[in-house]
Design a binder for this molecule. Structure first.
Ligand code: FE
Ligand code: ZN
Ligand code: FE
Ligand code: FE
Length: 169
């Protein structure tokens, strides 16, 4: 890599995120399929739709930059998905498996939050107003996805959380 300007780094980080989102597009349906809790299944399916939109936002940013989003592999996401695969392949108690899927998914969401936080700040500093607001939207979605996973794990007033069910064994 050669970084001559903050913009070079910004583009490189956006490509990393584009690869991360692309990899996640194929992992999330498998996570949904592996989940036993219907709330968890639905959360994964909904986040797949959001992930599709996030990819499109990145494509839009690249087209405004007159550049292509591909050409980089996010190795960190590949590793996180590999860990997610362990949860997908796991046998044993389905509720504990759900807790494992949530643990893997929350690692993914936090990784994405870090990535979007960085590029949102770069976009702001570089004066890319539209890109900044697109990236902020994706950052907010990742944050909400993480919070939703927490609430599925912990349960609420009317619903038992995945963790509590997993403890019953
Ligand atoms: Fe995402
Ligand atoms: Zn990465
Ligand atoms: Fe660590
Ligand atoms: Fe996400």
């Amino acid at each position: 890599m050669q970084y001559n300007s903050l913009k070079d780094l910004y583009v490189d980080q956006l490509r990393d995120l584009y690869s991360a989102e692309s990899q996640l597009m194929s992992a999330l349906p498998k996570m949904a399929q592996a989940a036993s809790s219907s709330m968890l299944k639905t959360a994964f399916q909904q986040h797949l739709e959001e992930t599709r939109t996030q990819k499109q936002r990145l494509e839009q940013i690249f087209s405004e930059l007159g550049s292509r989003p591909d050409g980089k592999v996010c190795e960190a996401m590949a590793g996180l998905i590999e860990e997610g695969d362990e949860a997908i392949q796991a046998t044993g108690d389905p509720q504990v498996k759900d807790a494992a899927l949530i643990a893997a998914a929350q690692r993914v969401e936090h990784y994405e939050m870090a990535g979007y936080g960085v590029v949102r700040t770069f976009a702001d500093e570089l004066g890319f107003k539209d890109a900044k607001s697109l990236l902020q939207k994706s950052l907010d979605e990742e944050g909400n996805a993480d919070k939703k996973l927490t609430s599925i794990a912990q349960g609420g007033l009317f619903s038992q959380g995945v963790n509590e069910k997993a403890m019953a064994h």
